[in-house]
Design a protein around this ligand. Structure first.
Ligand code: CU
Length: 148
């Protein structure tokens, strides 16, 4: 493939996406998969999950609520330092990955410490889509699905 062919392909793709974004009924279609919480060892906990968007519009995760804590925030990790963010993009036809070593949900001042085998209920709130409830299984403290 020469450069011209590549460029033409990119332009076609861009135009297609723009048109899809403009149609009045384009909307995000969200689904949560692979959620887990490592068993907390202090009064803080982290939550990990993937939000898949099979729709034709992007959305944003704006907040998370849970009976486990009144202080739940979303964090990104850069250069091994975590920092709170106000929202995360869930791209159209893509996914938002909250995974170990990266972005995550942070629970502070836990009201109780959930143990492995239990479930923690969460509600994810989005800019466009309605809220999604998830029952998150508590796994062993070192659980990491990517390393199995
Ligand atoms: Cu954090």
């Amino acid at each position: 493939m020469n450069h011209r062919t590549v460029l033409a392909g990119v332009l076609t793709l861009t135009t297609g996406l723009t048109l899809a974004g403009c149609s009045s009924d384009s909307k995000p279609e969200l689904k949560v998969v692979g959620a887990f919480m490592p068993q907390p060892i202090s009064d803080m906990a982290a939550g990990f999950l993937v939000v898949r968007n099979s729709g034709d519009a992007a959305d944003r995760l704006t907040s998370v609520t849970s009976p486990l804590s009144d202080n739940v925030t979303i964090h990104e990790t850069k250069n091994q330092t975590m920092r709170m963010v106000s929202s995360f993009e869930v791209p159209a036809g893509g996914e938002l990955d909250l995974e170990r070593g990266g972005s995550h949900i942070m629970f502070m001042k836990l009201k109780q410490r959930p143990r492995q085998g239990e479930k923690v209920s969460l509600e994810l709130h989005f800019e466009k889509a309605g809220p999604i409830k998830v029952d998150v299984p508590v796994k062993e403290t070192t659980h990491n699905p990517k390393k199995q």
